[in-house]
Design a protein around this ligand. Structure first.
Ligand code: DAH
Length: 351
């Protein structure tokens, strides 16, 4: 028995020397101190010993157990220390290295110019009115004085989605923000049909239509529509508002001009140009002749006022529809409108 204990002790301690990591250590513990180890077996066989043998063997067995256990503890400490040293040596952090820069988001130039326009129009007393992008032919054209088959519809050619029985009223992605004029006037006039309140709003948002795509035309673009309705509003109010907008955007000396034009929903109608800063007014591939067209405008047509619930004998109004991206092009020196939705970070990161 005693010899067997010596063997257990030597074998165990020798094996412990070979142990190099936590997993091996655990395997060693199971083999040498666990329930099926030689030592435990020996304790179980204790009853077979004679009275005289028992104290001697018992004492020695406890001693062996203690040796193995303390060997285990100290080997375990050594292994942990080695792992720590290894990680300190091999996974060293160099805190003097420069950090990784977090990419910061920013506003899209279109959002930036829209916010600036809201602020300027807000200062002038205009509220932002949001209207829908999915429209009916009725609102997009008919109520704006483009009857079915009117030739002015050609300027805003697009796709139509038939809607059941209503053959004359297909669904359409709005081709301009002007249908919002009717929606807003109807909402306002419904509040007090006999004495509708004055209107002073801007209507921003996307418009969709056929365009020959080039440096200043896209088939999807932002517009910001303006509408002021009240007693005694004149064309000079319109001119003053747009000229003031240009000054607030580009400074006191900016040159602007109005050209006579035609829109079914305004009479008279004009187009509003700002001197092209991209070429200094000389003429370039963006502006053509030194002026960049920023939008259309005019006095609200009596038919449109009536359709909105405003009596044209009492009320007059002006309206305009501007292209914020055209304004952003002048503002930031962007020479091609196609950059806006191209999602090229080299462009977007410049703002
Ligand atoms: N809706 C016109 C277009 O997209 C622009 C326009 C012209 C809007 C004159 C107006 C306006 O409000 O008065 O071509």
């Amino acid at each position: 028995m005693l010899e067997k204990l010596n063997d257990i002790e030597h074998l165990g301690l020798d094996a412990l020397e070979q142990v190099n990591n936590e997993a091996e250590l655990e395997a060693w513990r199971v083999a040498h101190l666990g329930r099926n180890s030689g030592l435990t077996q020996l304790f179980n066989d204790f009853g077979k010993l004679s009275r005289e043998e028992r104290p001697l063997v018992g004492q020695r067995a406890n001693e062996v157990k203690k040796h193995l256990e303390s060997g285990f503890v100290s080997r375990s400490g050594e292994i942990q220390q080695a792992a720590l040293t290894h990680s300190i040596e091999h996974e060293r952090l160099d805190v003097t290295l420069p950090g990784r820069r977090l990419p910061l988001g920013r506003l899209h130039p279109d959002t930036m110019i829209l916010r600036e326009l809201y602020r300027i129009f807000g200062d002038m007393g205009f509220q932002v009115y949001r209207s829908r992008e999915v429209e009916s032919d009725e609102y997009n054209f008919q109520l704006l004085n483009f009857p079915v088959g009117h030739p002015a519809r050609d300027m805003q050619d697009t796709y139509f989605v038939e809607s059941g029985q209503k053959l004359d009223n297909p669904v359409v992605l709005r081709t301009h923000t002007s249908p919002g004029q009717i929606r807003a006037m109807r909402e306002y006039s419904a509040r007090n049909p006999h004495n509708p309140p004055p209107v002073r709003i801007v209507l921003p948002g996307m418009a969709y239509r056929y365009e020959q795509v080039d440096a200043r035309h896209e088939t999807q673009f932002d517009q910001i529509e303006g509408l002021a309705v009240g007693p005694g509003i004149t064309f000079s109010d319109l001119k003053g508002t747009l000229a003031d907008l240009a000054r607030r955007l580009f400074g006191q000396n900016v040159r602007t001009r109005f050209r006579a034009s035609f829109f079914p929903f305004t009479e008279p109608s004009a187009e509003f140009d700002i001197e092209c800063f991209l070429c200094g007014g000389k003429g370039c591939n963006v502006c053509g002749g030194g002026w960049l067209e920023i939008g259309g405008c005019g006095m609200v047509h009596p038919v449109v006022l009536t359709n909105g619930g405003y009596d044209p004998e009492i009320y007059t109004g002006f309206a305009f529809g501007l292209g914020p991206q055209r304004i952003a092009m002048l503002r930031y020196g962007i020479n091609d409108i196609r950059y806006f939705w191209e999602n090229d970070l080299r462009f977007l990161e410049q703002f």
